[in-house]
Design a protein around this ligand. Sequence first.
Ligand code: XMP
Length: 517
Amino acid sequence: MDKVLIIDFGSQVTQLIARRIREANVYCEIRPYTISLNDIKKFSAKAIILSGGPSSVHDKKSPDVDSTIFDLGLPILGICYGQQLMCKKLGGKVEASDHREFGRAFIHAKENSPLLPESWVVHESQSVQHQVWMSHGDKIIQLPEGFTTLASTESCEFAVIANEEKKLYGTQFHPEVVHTPEGTEFLSNFVHKIAGCSRDWNMHNFLEMEIEKVRKQVGGNNVIAGVSGGVDSTVVAALLHKAIGNQLTCIFVDHGLLRKNEAEQVKDLFSDFHIPLKMVDARQTFLNKLDGVFEPEKKRKIIGSTFIDIFEKEAKRVGGAKFLAQGTLYPDVIESVSVHGTAAVTIKSHHNVGGLPERMEMDLVEPVRELFKDEVRALGRELGLKEDMVKRHPFPGPGLAIRIPGEVTPEKISILQEADAIYIDEIKKAGLYDEIWQAFTVLLPVKSVGVMGDSRTYEYVAALRAVTSTDGMTADYYPFEHDFLSKICNRIINQVRGINRVVYDITSKPPGTIEWE
Ligand code: XMP
């Protein structure tokens, strides 16, 4: 399989480069700039991309890369900082600047090249302007020998440069962001037309490869997987079941903080797939432990450690399992790659089941750790999971406990489950579910006064939340129509006992977070 290596110099959008390359059906990985020349060679890439980054090539400690990579005979594309670094290392000149060019710019091609999008083609020295996105301080003032200019903007002469003979390319704009409309085509041209990568990265091939990999890793040993009903753990379980059959035991700890009917849905799903599932009804244990606890982080800790205790006990009962399966995703692995110093790869604590593998001395099986969320969804489809399941909104490990600010009681859980079910039902009926990253209801710890019929009510307030996002790191509130919100409000107040007021949360992240606790 052809592979592309992306060397990361710390840009906020390096992950997007990887996504675009994979969308072009080519496998790629991101590695920090500290990667050794030896490891670069070992990776056997068919092409290399140097990412952008916040530094100036003139800083003493600016991220660097071994110059030998330019002599490997591989096509290389430098983006922003990557272009400047390439230019400097090959004998060109980069001018330091104390102000940044940020935002939309308009580019025109000067020469034709297989790298440039089709619509950029120069006809009889006439070329049209195209929108690109710039974000840079320093700029190139003199090209290295052998380089020519392929495209320019008004303020940036060397917006795209090339040494076609050596297949070395550089761009000052960011092709990976959506504000560069033809950026995807630009990157696809680089990997296909310039580097000649074949389109062999797809979920069907990945699944076959991964099944082989898992079989090799696990051998004849048993594997335990914790499942939650979410997309990631379900896809992992389905993949492992396909790979190792009854060497896999799935454990589902029902903490009682799930959405309405969710535990039954998980049970049905696993039975449809003939994957044996150990259901552990721990609802009362969790309720007892949460009794009288108000503080969000304390609730999280209690839920985390109770989950681990129960899971560990059940796993021991299964006996003899050497491996623990986890739904770690690629963003969790690369999120913490540090630009300065070592490329420490740490995983978000809630994905690492709170240190469980170490505690139980188990090795990890992580079959989706190279995938982005949308790729996991595609893999789920390849495995035959239903659309309902693969498109399910993310749901936090501590569940409804963090959607009930303050103390969690059985009464509040049940009120929240009912209201949330109505909300999600209406969103699905309106065909909006897939446009929204996450939608849920929060049961506020305040009561408000209302009137119903002739009598006064004094009941809870529900807050509705719906956000769009690409990765959960930033989010915007979803702009529902007012009529739609009124309809949900009426249904909730009429049908759910215990709620007499509904509000809609219009906070973005930042400054808010997606969850309320
Ligand atoms: P916030 O609220 O931080 O959420 O904007 C970002 C994303 O993470 C989810 N989330 C959690 N997931 N355990 C989890 O497994 C947690 O403790 C937790 N807290 C937040 C949240 O639902 C959103 O998708």
